[in-house]
Design a protein around this ligand. Structure first.
Ligand SMILES: NC(=O)c1ccc[n+]([C@@H]2O[C@H](COP(=O)([O-])OP(=O)(O)OC[C@H]3O[C@@H](n4cnc5c(N)ncnc54)[C@H](O)[C@@H]3O)[C@@H](O)[C@H]2O)c1
Length: 319
C-alpha cells in the first residue's frame, strides 16, 4: 500500500483517485483553487458535481496547505489546469518536496524572454528545480474512468524503471498503462491534439473529417519531431489515441464544428459555448507567437489556418 496525494479535485484529479484506491493505496485528494470542488470533496456523500457520481468513502480529502505537501507521500499526482502549474510549482518548491511527481495536466507554455516553447515537465524543472517528474497522458475521459470503463494511458519518464514503478501504483484491470521514455514527445502530442481535434471537428461530413484526420497526423508528426520528441510517439496513446477521443466528442471538436460551419470564433463562443473552456483555443493563443515567428508555415498549414482564424477572428479555411 502506497501513499498517494492527488492535487486537483476537478474531473480528472477526482477520477484518477478511483484506480488508485482500487489498487489498495491510501489516497488523499486536495483542491487549492475551486470552492465548488472543495465543497464536493469535503461533503459527507462525496458527490462530485462534474463526474456526477459519489466518490469512495475511502478517499480522504485534506485542505491544501504547505504542511500537507510536507507529509511523506510515495507519489504526488498533479491534475490542475495549465493555469495552475506555476502556482503548484512554487508551492512544491517551497515545501521542498522530494516525492515522485506525476503530471496529468496537458499543455505547453511559451516563454517570451527565451522565445521558446516548454513542456510542463520542462517548466517545473527549469523554474522550480523539481527533478523527480513523470507524466501520464492519453485518451481518458474523466467520467468514463470514474465509472471504471476500460482506459489505456501512457506514463513517461526518461528512466523507464521509474515509469514502471508508477504504473504498479496506479494500474488496475480497467486502467491499463503503457510506458515510454519519450517524455517530450508524449507531452507535445497530448497538448497539440487539442488543436487538431478542433480542426477535425471542422469537417462537416465524415469524408472531410477523415481527410483532416490524416493531415492532422502528418502535422503532429512534424511538430513532435520539431520539439525533439520521437515521431513514433504520435502513433501511440498520447497522439492518435488521444486525438481520436477528442475528435469524436468534447469541447474542442464542438468548437471546431461551429468554425467549420462558418462562424467566427468569437461568435461561436458567445452564442454556443459562453461558459466552456476550450483548451485548444487557449493553447493556440499560448504558442501562436512562437509558431508564427519561428516555424516553417508550409509544414503545418492546418495549424496556421486555425491560428489565423482564432487570433484574427476570421472564418476557418480547411481546404
Ligand atoms: N492525463 C490524463 O489522462 C488527462 C485526462 C483528461 C484531462 N487531463 C488534463 O487534466 C487537467 C484538468 O482537467 P479537468 O478535466 O480535471 O478540468 P476541471 O476543470 O474539472 O478541473 C480543473 C482543476 O484545475 C484547478 N484550477 C483551475 N484554474 C486554476 C488556477 N488558476 N490555479 C490553480 N488551480 C486551478 C481547478 O480548481 C481544478 O482542480 C487538464 O489539463 C486536462 O487536459 C488529463
Amino acid at each position: 500500500m502506497k501513499k498517494v496525494l492527488v492535487i486537483g479535485g476537478g474531473a480528472m484529479g477526482s477520477a484518477f483517485t478511483v484506480p488508485c484506491l482500487d489498487n489498495n493505496n491510501k489516497v488523499t485528494i486536495t483542491e487549492p483553487y475551486s470552492k465548488k470542488f472543495i465543497r464536493d470533496l469535503s461533503s459527507k456523500n462525496k458527490f462530485h458535481s462534474s463526474l456526477k457520481i459519489k466518490l469512495s468513502k475511502k478517499l480522504k480529502f485534506k485542505k491544501f496547505s504547505e504542511n500537507l505537501l510536507k507529509e511523506k507521500f510515495d507519489l504526488i499526482a498533479i491534475a490542475l489546469s495549465l493555469s495552475g502549474i506555476d502556482f503548484i510549482g512554487k508551492q512544491l518548491k517551497k515545501a521542498k518536496v522530494k516525492a515522485p511527481i506525476l503530471i496529468l495536466t496537458k499543455g505547453l507554455k511559451y516563454e517570451k524572454k527565451k522565445n521558446k516553447i516548454f513542456t510542463i515537465s520542462e517548466q517545473l524543472k527549469r523554474n522550480y528545480n523539481l527533478m523527480n517528474i513523470s507524466v501520464l497522458k492519453g485518451p481518458c475521459l474523466a467520467k468514463e474512468l470514474a465509472r471504471k470503463n476500460q482506459t489505456s494511458v501512457i506514463v513517461a519518464n526518461r528512466n523507464i524503471k521509474i515509469a514502471k514503478q508508477i504504473g504498479k501504483i496506479v494500474s488496475t484491470k480497467y486502467y491499463l498503462i503503457d510506458f515510454s521514455t519519450d517524455v517530450t514527445g508524449v507531452e507535445v502530442c497530448s497538448a497539440i491534439k487539442n488543436i487538431y481535434s478542433m480542426l477535425i471537428g471542422a469537417g462537416q461530413n465524415l469524408n472531410t473529417s477523415s481527410s483532416l484526420f490524416q493531415r492532422s497526423i502528418n502535422e503532429m508528426k512534424y511538430l513532435t519531431r520539431y520539439f525533439k520528441g520521437k515521431e513514433s510517439t504520435t502513433l501511440g496513446l498520447a497522439g492518435v489515441g488521444d486525438l481520436y477521443v477528442s475528435a469524436a466528442g468534447g469541447r474542442n471538436s464542438k468548437m471546431g464544428n461551429y468554425l467549420g460551419k462558418g462562424y467566427t470564433f468569437k461568435n461561436a463562443k458567445k452564442k454556443f459555448m459562453p461558459n466552456d473552456t476550450v483548451e485548444g483555443e487557449q493553447l493556440v493563443r499560448e504558442i501562436a507567437p512562437f509558431i508564427l515567428r519561428r516555424m516553417n508555415k508550409t509544414r503545418i498549414p492546418l495549424m496556421i489556418n486555425l491560428i489565423r482564424a482564432i487570433l484574427k477572428n476570421k472564418k476557418l479555411k480547411v481546404n
